[in-house]
Design a protein around this ligand. Structure first.
Ligand SMILES: *[C@@H]1O[C@H](CO)[C@@H](O)[C@H](O)[C@H]1NC(C)=O
Ligand SMILES: *[C@@H]1O[C@H](CO)[C@@H](O)[C@H](O)[C@H]1NC(C)=O
Ligand SMILES: *[C@@H]1O[C@H](CO)[C@@H](O)[C@H](O)[C@H]1NC(C)=O
Ligand SMILES: *[C@@H]1O[C@H](CO)[C@@H](O)[C@H](O)[C@H]1NC(C)=O
Ligand SMILES: *[C@@H]1O[C@H](CO)[C@@H](O)[C@H](O)[C@H]1NC(C)=O
Ligand SMILES: *[C@@H]1O[C@H](CO)[C@@H](O)[C@H](O)[C@H]1NC(C)=O
Length: 867
């Protein structure tokens, strides 16, 4: 197999798959997929003898339907359930692709929708985005290539015009399409809703739905409420009848940004399910609002009503199942001014992928802090799942506080900033990605009360007790949740439903809209989700004030909060226990605990390299630290260097060790590959992988004579006096090193942003080094072999007025590779791209110069003839 070079044993190496056989996924296909994923490092776990799935072992469940007995259990354990198409897509892209679009859940009708709103009034916008997200879709503020739908009222908005000018493939639809789909719980054809000439408007020539121009947006909201086309179709059918609202009175607060139109739809859904909307807070069972303040909120809270925000309501509608709004941090109304102390914080996130990252973004924003995609020196905090990544290194350098997600979760849950001196917030088990235990923190209801409705709730009057009867059903269901907890599973099926986009999309959109771009884009959403966590928190559910007296409740709460402090530690401990088991070592009480301890110690002494799935991004930005100019002091590490082409130690391990120690004593640390460095030390301009990669990242390049001088004199002259000068090679390569360094700093690893570069599998010296060089500069690198299918997405010919985009194939001129050229060129042309089959020198030269250019001399046909 051609594609195996360098990728085998990597792509899926942290995955344990289990397959669910069904009509939609045959046994033969399962076998074939199993073989394929095994080649890429995955483990495949067979169902148990009784047919049940090995949920404790699996990290991913591959199923093309949700119709299997353990579906609920799997989702509550946060094991992603994904269609087999995900494997194929990941293999094709050579990275684990985003999980959301591959959900087999038929309710996630918008899972492949990436929405961008144009001239939609603010109030409408949020409700449309909210509804889209609740149905699995993604929101993108900026118009990127990934956007599938622009929601607009007219073609006037710049986004629509840009889409037209650039011939983007996204569709421009009226908001009514989203409304109608939401209402139906089904995805109907968007064709009648497409601008500029939507059929639905023509079909109703009454003309009472004027398409307002951009300036009159405010009027637009009220102009449309009565326009909800009745679905004529039978094929789409209607959303199954909701039972969750049976005999429930729901109040929508006036602080919600919900359009009248959507409100009507919600009303219909609720009344269709036997409930009703009310305008009187005393009457309602459930109160839906945006902020946790205002008379109605306090009144509702005093009366012990269930209070949630729109995300919670959408969740109820989408899942038709009860969930208590205080169980998920993002289902409860937000504090208007954030959590005290968070306002001025700037928080970045590292090592969390997929839904976890989106959840954290939302949490950071809700807490009142600013979420930043990239980390800069002005960040105050880094929330990270592991303590090793380039961002973490930079955080240490920049004195940026690091914490795991428990810190922000618990600060938000307790409505108070938690101190970072609490060790669990800065505990990073060496081999665990804490993304595994995210989303499990619930609100501390006592704290909510103390802060937002002090004194309440009142002792229930007999009247409200009677009232409560009507919500017994919900309560029972909540209790059912409880017992599920007691059996050892935490019920937090999808805190993610209201998340607004996916990291991959987000990252890509930065990339395409010109923002800082992450160097690596691999995303492992919950590659190893939480399993088998012990649940100490069963019983926490019942915070219904009317059923437990205040004092006993608070005693209970206290006991619980003590336990919940432990719960994360326990979860982590359980994880470690699993690791030990997985490593094939015996498990047995204390002995195992000792082993864990020992392992920890051992690991601490050796810095473990990041696993391949480590999805740290914005590396480029993070590693671009200002060069140090300070006179270097003893002992403390003042400079981290990477040496390339250093001759002094060749074949002399002893000397090397002694010299390294000597350097270290002078404050210079020679770091190994893969670590962040300040200086790249080289004797001359060389086109080695190390050199090119470090250059791409804007490292300062210093002459080896600097290190030689240090070793010889025992003193450390300023490295900036030793900037590498190599006139001869500069001339030979036709470049100026300092220009390249400056350009690299400006390019921030985005020199080849989005450029597809293919490479023949059999290329001399292997594909791996080209891959890292290309990817460090933002290119999309793909291996091309005799059996590679077509991986170019055809674009329409008129997409780009500058003519077709180029696509490169790195190749040498050996006969095997020659055979591929024609096929490659055909593929490119079919995709309306211009094929350029070039010698790998093209890539090396471009990266060395840090300037994207092309010359015919690099075409294989020219290059190898001249050589
Ligand atoms: C498995 O891999 C082979 C070889 O790359 C490929 O031809 C085949 O389509 C793959 N099977 C599936 C089901 O993806
Ligand atoms: C619900 O609240 C969370 C924060 O608690 C927020 O992130 C989310 O956007 C809110 N949902 C809606 C639809 O307003
Ligand atoms: C690092 O930050 C902490 C608090 O954020 C501060 O007390 C300390 O002085 C800082 N250290 C340096 C070297 O800037
Ligand atoms: C999105 O667009 C706005 C305005 O055009 C721009 O200022 C912003 O930087 C863009 N955001 C990203 C992430 O590129
Ligand atoms: C320098 O290059 C090596 C790869 O050879 C890499 O491991 C290291 O992280 C690079 N350093 C920087 C600052 O990019
Ligand atoms: C391949 O590797 C050899 C030695 O490892 C090196 O001399 C040669 O320049 C390399 N070729 C290319 C095209 O990088």
């Amino acid at each position: 197999m051609a594609d195996q070079d360098g990728t085998a044993g990597k792509l899926f190496s942290l995955c344990v798959f289990t397959f669910v056989q069904s009509k939609e996924l045959s046994e033969t296909l399962i076998q074939e997929l199993s073989q394929n994923v095994t080649k890429y490092g995955a483990e495949v776990c067979q169902p148990k003898r009784d047919g049940s799935l090995p949920l404790n072992a699996a990290t991913h469940i591959i199923s093309n339907t949700i119709d299997f007995p353990q579906y609920m259990e799997a989702t509550s354990m946060m094991i992603p359930v994904i269609k087999s198409s995900w494997i194929q897509a990941s293999l094709a892209k050579n990275r684990q692709v985003q999980i959301r679009p591959h959900s087999p859940d038929p309710r996630m009708i918008f899972s492949d929708v990436v929405l961008s709103c144009a001239d939609i009034p603010e109030s409408d916008k949020e409700s449309i985005i909210g509804a889209t997200m609740a149905l699995g879709g993604t929101d993108s503020n900026n118009l990127t290539k990934l956007v599938t739908h622009i929601c607009a009222l007219s073609m006037d908005h710049p986004k629509c015009q840009m889409a037209q000018e650039k011939g983007l493939r996204c569709k421009i639809v009226l908001p009514h399409w989203f409304d109608d789909c939401f209402k139906l719980g089904k995805r109907i054809d968007d064709a009648p809703y497409l601008l500029p000439d939507p059929e639905i408007l023509r079909a109703h020539p009454g003309g009472n739905i004027p398409i307002p121009s951009g300036q009159h947006l405010q009027g637009a909201t009220s102009a449309r409420p009565d326009f909800i086309p009745t679905p004529v179709d039978s094929e789409a059918g209607a959303r199954p009848k909701l039972t969750i609202f049976h005999e429930k009175k729901v109040m929508l607060s006036s602080d919600l940004s919900i359009s009248t139109r959507l409100k009507d739809i919600v009303k219909e859904l609720i009344s269709g399910g036997g409930g009703e909307l009310t305008d009187y807070v005393d009457d309602c069972d459930w109160f839906v609002c945006h902020y946790r303040d205002g008379d109605n909120y306090i009144r509702a809270a005093y009366a012990g009503k269930h209070i949630g925000n729109l995300s919670w309501l959408y969740h109820l509608i989408t899942h038709n199942a009860w969930t208590t709004p205080t169980h998920r941090l993002l289902h409860y109304p937000i504090p208007r001014n954030g959590i005290p102390g968070f306002k001025d914080l700037r928080i970045a996130v590292s090592n969390y992928g997929g839904e976890a990252r989106i959840y954290l973004e939302n949490l950071i924003t809700a807490s009142g802090a600013t979420y930043t995609k990239t980390m800069k020196a002005d960040n105050t905090h880094l929330i990270t799942a592991r303590s090793n990544s380039e961002k973490c290194d930079a955080a240490r350098d920049w004195n940026i506080s690091m914490a795991n997600h428990l810190w922000i979760e618990e600060s938000y849950a307790k409505c108070q900033m938690q101190s970072l001196t609490v060790s669990k917030y800065t505990h990073f088990p060496q081999r665990t990605n804490l993304g595994e235990v995210i989303g499990q923190t619930m609100f501390d209801v006592d704290k909510l009360q103390a802060m937002y409705y002090p004194g309440g709730p009142r002792k229930p009057s007999s009247a409200s007790k009677r009232k409560r009867k009507t919500s017994d059903r919900a309560e029972e269901e909540a209790d059912a949740d409880n017992s599920a907890d007691a059996t050892g599973r935490h019920t937090r099926k999808d805190f993610d439903v209201m998340q607004d986009d996916d990291v991959e999309v987000a990252d890509q959109s930065i990339e395409e809209s010109g923002g800082p771009r992450p160097a690596k884009r691999r995303v492992t959403s919950f590659a190893t989700p939480a399993r088998e966590q012990r649940h100490v928190r069963a019983g926490k559910e019942n915070e219904t004030p009317s059923t437990v007296s205040s004092s006993s409740r608070s005693a209970k709460e206290k006991a619980r909060s003590r336990l919940s402090g432990l719960v994360d530690d326990i979860a982590l401990y359980e994880k470690e226990k699993k690791r030990v088991l997985k490593d094939g070592q015996p498990w047995g009480g204390k002995r195992a605990a000792d082993q864990i301890e020992k392992k920890h110690l051992n690991r601490r002494s050796v810095s473990s390299p990041a696993p391949p799935s480590d999805q740290d991004d914005e590396v480029a930005a993070a590693t671009k630290r200002p060069a140090r100019k300070t006179k270097l002091a003893l002992k403390q590490i003042e400079a981290r260097v990477i040496l390339t082409g250093f001759k002094r130690w060749v074949n002399d391990k002893h000397k090397e060790d002694a010299d390294r120690r000597k350097l270290r004593e002078m404050g210079i640390s020679v770091v190994s590959d893969g670590n962040v460095c300040d200086y790249l030390v080289a004797p001359q301009l060389v086109r080695t992988v190390k050199f090119l990669r470090n250059l791409s990242r804007g490292a300062t390049v210093v002459s080896s004579s600097w290190i030689e001088t240090c070793l010889d004199t025992g003193e450390v002259p300023p490295p900036t006096d030793y900037l590498l000068k190599d006139k001869e090679n500069e001339q030979r390569m036709g470049l100026k090193l300092q220009t390249s360094v400056a350009r690299a700093a400006a390019n921030k690893g985005r020199l080849l942003r989005g450029l597809p570069i293919y490479c023949t599998a059999s290329i001399k010296n292997g594909t791996e080094s080209y891959k890292v060089i290309a990817e460090d500069n933002g290119a999309q690198f793909l291996v091309y072999g005799p059996r590679s299918g077509s991986t170019i997405k055809p674009t329409s010919p008129d997409e780009d007025p500058d003519g077709p985009d180029p696509v490169y194939l790195l190749s040498t001129a050996n006969p095997e590779e020659k055979k591929l050229w024609k096929k490659f060129e055909d593929m490119a042309r079919q995709g309306n791209m211009e094929p350029r089959v070039v010698a790998s020198d093209w890539l090396l030269d471009v990266v060395m110069k840090q300037e994207l250019s092309f010359d015919k001399k690099y075409l294989v046909t020219n290059f190898f003839n001249n050589a």
